[in-house]
Design a binder for this molecule. Structure first.
Ligand code: HEM
Length: 173
């Protein structure tokens, strides 16, 4: 009888740890999938739907997004929709506009000047928010639309935190 109780308690403990373990592992896996920010990672594939037609991110496709109201650029073989960033660019829209629809790797890495200053890490991380996909990657229209919408919804992308600093309340007595 005592022996049976021990077995039951043992099995119950095992089952509860098994359930807790499964919940933790699945939570971890889900979280990992949603927070994967690396461009080129597989965070695009789940959004696609096989019944929807695909778009290949070729140079030809890139070259059709070549205006200041529809501006894609390619940097290190990755495509970005920077349309909504143009007017927030600290180096002004006119620095980027000539590269809309083109490979802007060199320009991004030198800030367009022969002296060759590189952009800051902040600029690199801003870039992530405009990522569409890799060159020659195929993505579904739905995924593309979601990517474009999310890059358009980035409002505070200038990287200038002090921009909206309020007045200093300087009161003279
Ligand atoms: C594609 C061609 C580009 C050119 C020619 C260019 C050029 C410039 C220039 C001339 C400046 C101002 C000078 C300075 O602050 O040192 C600047 C600053 C900046 N740019 Fe660009 N830019 C380009 C693309 C981008 C992109 C795609 C992003 C981000 C999505 C970006 C983010 C920034 C940021 C955050 C700054 C402030 C300084 C820094 O953090 O490095 N730029 N850029």
């Amino acid at each position: 009888m005592r022996f049976n109780t021990k077995i039951i308690v043992g099995i119950s403990l095992f089952l509860s740890w098994f359930i807790i373990g499964s919940i933790l592992v699945s939570g971890f896996l889900l979280n990992k999938e949603n927070t994967n920010l690396e461009p080129g990672s597989n965070n695009l594939k789940n959004l696609g739907n096989s019944s929807i037609s695909n778009i290949k991110l070729t140079i030809a496709e890139l070259s059709t997004h070549n205006t200041n109201t529809n501006c894609w650029i390619m940097i290190r073989n990755k495509l970005y929709d920077v349309t909504n960033f143009l007017n927030k660019h600290p180096g002004e829209a006119k620095a980027i506009i000539p590269y809309c629809g083109k490979d802007a790797t060199q320009a991004f890495q030198t800030k367009g000047s022969p002296s060759g200053k590189i952009h800051s890490n902040n600029a690199e991380s801003l870039l992530l928010s405009f990522y569409i996909g890799d060159l020659n990657q195929e993505i579904s229209e739905q995924t593309l639309q979601e990517k474009l919408n999310s890059s358009k919804s980035i409002n505070n992308a200038s990287g200038d935190d002090e921009e909206d600093e309020e007045d200093d309340d300087e009161e003279d007595d």
